[in-house]
Design a binder for this molecule. Structure first.
Ligand SMILES: Nc1ncnc2c1ncn2[C@@H]1O[C@H](COP(=O)(O)OP(=O)(O)OP(=O)(O)O)[C@@H](O)[C@H]1O
Length: 602
């Protein structure tokens, strides 16, 4: 645990942890010595040597004072370490996470991070303030008592020494048994509450399919399992609870037996024996308590393990000096191969293979392909969420690995489908695109993207907060805010994943207007779902199972009569590219008012 603490704290704060440990060890030993001083005090009292008893009481009082002082010092240092942990860990985690590749942030890692910031860091700090002290004193104080007993009477000392691991072992076994039962019960509880949640969330589906009357089997099974686990917990907890106390009683009785036989043989003075047994009584308690902390120690170690795992996550390698952009607005993939890192190793299945294409500045490229063909992955590689396994991705004419994250992000705007909004006003959310933009620029971007139209419907207009993650806005509205951010940022390259859902004519018109505005200033690489985007693109890149199958304009690819033409005709005929009756706004596309949708294929 101390090794874990040193690792998570980092080298800068080891000194304060070291000081705390020294004070804590000194306190534990002083406490043991104070207890041991009871032996001469009691011996002298029982033999009627009041002078000797008074002298030893003086020493005892001194030792108690020193112990109290050390107690205070170690407690203060413990709190200091806890505070250092709180601030240091939050900073270390924050700095480290900011340097991690964007691809690291998926649903599970974000959940882990939230839990870590809210719970694990507090638990680690708390364990330093409250857990280390009983653990160290629980072991060191009895150890000191044993050493003193070895000096006073080596036979009784030896017998006590033999008893120590037995008490410790029984206490740990008892706690392990109780924890095992708790874990089983917890797991059953988690499963049951998950099923309850699932049952509640899936009510529309269950009702739609008439599954409300005959119950929901997974939920019933989970509740039954929970009942069984609770019953088992009750039965198995009883021996667990008795075991620790039983071991203390057995050892104590054995020590009394050893002492009594020594006294009968005249090897130990009976008076001294009474005093020594008083010492033994003080020795067993803290030792047995150490076992009680096993579960808390394990939880704290797990928390430290989680924090360590994040801190040991390799950050994105960055060049010392960012290479200057040579072709502003250009994007190039050159022989790119990539597979998502598998669990624990980097040899995931290959998702992109030998992907090469060039996007000239201020042009529009539409990425199309079946679901799972690698379109999103490609845009992630351009924004360097991950590093490629082979080949090169160039942005602005330069390998993304030769650019700092800041330099790369300066060139890019990302408009993805899963737009996350801050719980702020719409203005605040758009301003994220360029924090130093003035009010007029923000409002102009909002107008172009049609955000002003959303505002007109909100109760407090521009001052309305959009709720955590933008939950009070629809998906299409959230994407409009994201487009407004991109417009405001004015980055040379925009990576845009069009909404897959069919847009209503109003949304369609706003998206079209924004795209026209964006293409006037930036290079656009679009995961295209709308007919107008595909047909109006300067270049269409057709991905098929992670490879570039075809490349060219709509006319060229149709004339080629290959995969794209087939895909186009199939979609057009079977599922139908839906021709929406939207307003045609701006220019630049040959069918600005159309929207294309097709299930499973873009
Ligand atoms: N974070 C991830 N970890 C592991 N595999 C992933 C991850 N994201 C995507 N994949 C896999 O990579 C492949 C390509 O996915 P990608 O999302 O790039 O395809 P896509 O063409 O954008 O699909 P869609 O049109 O459905 O969004 C798929 O097989 C997918 O399961």
């Amino acid at each position: 645990m101390i090794r874990d603490l040193t690792a998570v704290l980092g080298s800068a704060h080891r000194a304060v942890l070291f000081r705390y440990l020294v004070a804590l060890f000194a306190y534990a030993v002083a406490q043991g010595l104070s207890v041991a001083l009871l032996v001469p005090v009691l011996s002298d009292l029982l033999t009627g040597d009041t002078g000797g008893a008074a002298r030893w009481t003086g020493w005892l009082a001194g030792a108690v004072l020193v112990t109290l002082g050390l107690h205070y010092v170690q407690a203060m240092l413990g709190f200091k370490v806890a505070l250092v942990i709180l601030t240091t860990l939050h900073h270390r985690l924050g700095d480290h996470v900011a340097a991690l590749p964007l691809g690291w942030f998926d649903g599970t890692t974000v959940g882990r991070l939230t839990r870590m910031g809210a719970k694990s860091v507090l638990s680690i700090a708390g364990s330093c303030a409250h857990l280390l002290q009983p653990l160290v004193t629980g072991v060191l104080t009895p150890a000191t008592v044993v050493v003193v007993m070895l000096f006073l009477d080596w036979r009784l000392g030896l017998a006590t020494l033999v008893c120590s691991p037995l008490i410790l072992f029984a206490a740990r076994l008892s706690v392990r048994l109780l924890n095992r039962m708790d874990e089983l019960n917890d797991a059953a509880g988690v499963e049951a509450s998950g099923r309850v949640l699932e049952f509640a969330r899936n009510q529309p589906v269950l009702r739609a399919f008439g599954r409300t009357t005959d119950g929901y089997a997974p939920l019933e099974a989970a509740l039954e399992e929970q009942r069984a686990a609770s019953r088992q917990q009750v039965w198995m907890s009883v021996p667990g609870m008795l075991l620790g106390g039983f071991a203390v009683q057995v050892c104590f009785s054995a020590l009394i037996g050893v002492g009594a036989s020594l006294a009968l043989d005249g090897a130990v003075d009976p008076v001294e024996l009474v005093a020594l047994l008083a010492l033994v009584a003080r020795f067993a308690g803290p030792l047995a308590e150490v076992g009680d902390f096993a579960a808390v120690v394990r939880a704290a170690r797990n928390d430290m393990g989680r924090v360590r795992a994040v801190l040991e996550e390799p950050p994105l390698p960055e060049p010392e000096r960012s290479a200057p952009v040579t072709v502003p607005g250009a994007v190039e993939a050159d022989g790119v191969r990539f597979g998502y890192p598998g669990r624990g190793d980097r040899s995931g299945d290959v998702v992109l293979e030998d992907v090469s294409f060039t996007v000239a500045p201020r042009t529009v490229t539409a990425l199309v392909g079946a679901s799972g063909s690698g379109k999103t992955t490609l845009t992630r590689l351009i924004a360097r969420f991950f590093d490629v396994d082979a080949g090169t991705v160039r942005v602005g004419g330069v390998d993304v690995r030769d650019q700092s994250t800041a330099a790369l992000m300066e060139q890019l705007s990302l408009v993805f489908q899963d737009v996350y909004l801050f719980d702020d006003t719409l203005i605040g959310n758009i301003r994220v695109g360029r924090p130093d933009a003035d009010e007029e620029e923000v409002l102009e971007a909002a107008r172009l993207a049609g955000v002003d139209e959303i505002v007109a419907r909100l109760p407090e207009g521009w001052e309305t907060r959009v709720g955590e993650a933008g939950t009070s806005l629809s998906g299409g509205e959230r994407q409009r805010v994201s487009i407004a951010r991109a417009l405001l940022k004015g980055a040379p390259i925009v990576l845009l994943d069009e909404a897959t859902a069919a847009l209503d004519p109003e949304n369609e018109a706003y998206v079209q207007r924004s795209m026209d505005a964006l293409r006037a200033t930036s290079t656009l690489l679009v995961i295209a779902h709308r007919l107008s985007t595909v047909t109006g693109a300067d270049q269409i890149v057709v991905l098929d199972e992670g490879r570039v199958a075809e490349r060219g304009t709509h006319q060229e690819l149709m004339a080629l009569d290959g995969r794209y033409a087939r895909f186009w005709n199939e979609r057009h005929r079977a599922l139908g590219w839906r021709i929406a009756t939207g307003t045609r706004s701006g220019s630049g596309t040959d069918s600005g008012s159309s929207s294309a949708t097709g299930s499973g294929t873009s």
